[in-house]
Design a protein around this ligand. Structure first.
Ligand code: FES
Ligand code: FES
Length: 154
């Protein structure tokens, strides 16, 4: 039995321990915000936080998260009040939207570690998140707005 936490709730799983966490999140925990894109750790659509760090859930086996804490996009806040969610809404970042939960999770992890990221910091942190709609300029602006909003909250 593998035990872990998702968005502050205890979960346990006794199936195939090598199953990717993404499968657990979408098919068992019914948390559909985290998306399947490439399944190979290349696109970032499946990004979640493992103990606050951005990780790719499509390549992370459930056995690797025993005793760990996972946050999905649904866990950023109860009411879309996280600075990243507010900034994304204010700037209408999403186009088709498919990549955006992964983008927001990478952005939230960046801002957790760096409250005033430079353009280079943003480029480095976000380089593994692909957007087929090309929303990159809006994402960069939104991360800067989220950094400002986070300061206001404090
Ligand atoms: S689906 Fe995980 S990185 Fe693409
Ligand atoms: S908004 Fe469509 S893939 Fe990013």
């Amino acid at each position: 039995m593998i035990k872990f936490e998702v968005n502050g709730k205890e979960h346990s799983y006794s199936g195939d321990a090598s199953m990717p966490l993404l499968w657990f999140l979408r098919d068992i925990a019914d948390l559909k915000g985290t998306k399947f894109g490439c399944g190979k750790g290349l696109c970032g659509a499946c990004t979640v936080h493992l103990n606050g760090q951005a990780v790719r859930s499509c390549t992370l086996p459930v056995q690797a998260i025993e005793g760990q804490s996972i946050t999905t996009v649904e866990g950023l806040s109860d009411d879309a009040s996280h600075p990243v969610q507010r900034a994304w809404q204010e700037l209408n970042v999403a186009q088709c939207g498919y990549c955006q939960c992964g983008q927001m999770m990478s952005a939230a992890a960046l801002l957790q570690n760096n409250q005033a990221p430079s353009d280079d910091d943003i480029n480095n942190a976000m380089s593994g998140n692909i957007c087929r709609c090309g929303t990159y300029p809006r994402i960069k602006t939104a991360i800067k707005l989220a950094a400002d909003l986070a300061v206001e909250v404090k």
